[in-house]
Design a binder for this molecule. Structure first.
Ligand SMILES: Nc1nc2c(ncn2[C@@H]2O[C@H](COP(=O)(O)OP(=O)(O)OP(=O)(O)O)[C@@H](O)[C@H]2O)c(=O)[nH]1
Ligand SMILES: [Mg+2]
Length: 337
């Protein structure tokens, strides 16, 4: 499952209708007063968060949106019709910025929440408005204002409960396959995963959580090396990180590998560095079963790890259910507090 999480769109609100210059024409009234109505307001453009959309993929096809203009005013003091507002549906969690000013305009984190991204132009004034004691027959009116135009950046932060981190090839995508129905690509070369993907891990009916797979991190990731960096920000909103470590390479190497990831997370941001992390020691199937506990303890000791650590084999599914259950339990526990 590929995840499009950024898009740019141009939005333009409707122009206001022009005000009208008109004079009353009635039988037996030789010089009727002004009766030109105001123009209608232009429609505004709104973004609205919807539950049933979960990617920004549609914005690769349609990138321009324009709301209707207001109609001009008319005689008999008739105001022009306003242009309809335009509502553009975006996934829940979309963050909207103005690309020209780099200003964040809003964050649609709740379903139904809306944000006006381009204000419709105000309708112009009809000549009725310019009537005064000194000018009983004004020929003046104003034109409608143009609608606001904006070049927007949309960004969807993946809303996942749990994020997987680890070096390339650690087995993150394999773990996703083991615990969910998602089928991300798995291969024995680094950077198999190029885009983040989300999956739902169902423990039983009504008990599930969302897990995110991101490309592998490498040394220097927090400074921009490799692919993972672009996606680390997505993990800032998760409630738990699972650090996947390949233990088939020997304890010393595994410890080194783990330290690389730890320091990249800390280097990226305090938020990520302090996030709750659990270890998943993967590829245990390549080691004799009677050494699993020993290796688990050795790693914990060398890393001075006090949090939970699980011995798993993503490829065979051994230990993965136990870990998924523990994750579920933990999320439920922190939800209650
Ligand atoms: N023996 C064994 N091999 C595993 C296990 N988990 C993953 N692998 C293998 O390790 C390789 C890498 O697995 P991936 O799941 O693609 O690793 P990844 O962490 O997603 O890698 P990137 O997407 O490149 O970051 C593949 O050849 C997998 O078959 C495991 O538990 N045991
Ligand atoms: Mg992968």
């Amino acid at each position: 499952m590929k995840f499009v999480d950024e898009a740019t769109v141009r939005v333009e609100a409707g122009r206001g209708g022009d005000g009208c210059v008109s004079f009353r024409r009635e039988k037996y009234v030789p010089r009727g007063g002004p009766d030109g109505g105001d123009g209608g307001d232009g429609g505004s453009v709104f973004l609205i968060a919807r539950e049933d959309i979960n990617t920004l993929a549609d914005f690769r096809v349609q990138r321009r949106f324009k709301a209707k203009s207001g109609r001009g005013g008319a005689g008999k003091e008739r105001t022009g019709a306003s242009g309809d507002n335009l509502y553009i549906s975006v996934p829940k969690g979309t963050v909207i910025s103005d690309l020209d000013t780099e200003e964040i305009l809003g964050d649609l984190s709740n379903v139904g929440q809306e944000l006006c991204v381009a204000q419709g132009g105000r309708g112009g004034l009809g000549n009725t408005r310019f009537k005064s004691s000194t000018n009983r027959a004004p020929r003046k009116s104003t034109v409608g204002e143009p609608g606001e135009k904006r070049h927007l950046g949309l960004e969807l932060k993946l809303i996942a409960d749990v994020g997987l981190v680890g070096l390339p090839n650690a087995g993150k995508s394999t773990l996703i396959r083991a615990v969910s129905d998602a089928k991300p690509k798995v291969a024995d070369y680094p950077f198999t995963t190029l885009h983040p993907s989300l999956c739902v891990v169902s423990i039983e009916t009504d008990r599930s959580f969302v897990m995110a797979d991101i490309p592998g991190l490498i040394e220097g990731a927090s400074e921009g090396a490799g692919l993972g960096i672009q996606f680390l920000r997505h993990l800032q909103r998760t409630r738990l990180l699972i650090h996947v470590i390949d233990v088939s390479v020997g304890t010393d190497v595994s410890v080194e590998d783990a330290r690389i990831i730890e320091s990249e997370l800390k280097g990226y941001s305090d938020g990520l560095g302090n996030q709750v992390r659990w270890l998943a020691l993967n590829k245990m199937d390549l080691l004799p079963r009677d050494q699993w506990d020993l290796i688990l303890n050795q790693l914990k000791e060398q890393l001075k790890w006090e949090g939970p650590a699980f011995a798993i084999s993503a490829a065979t599914g051994v230990g993965t259910d136990v870990m998924a259950q523990a994750i579920m339990g933990y999320l439920e526990e922190i939800n209650e507090t």
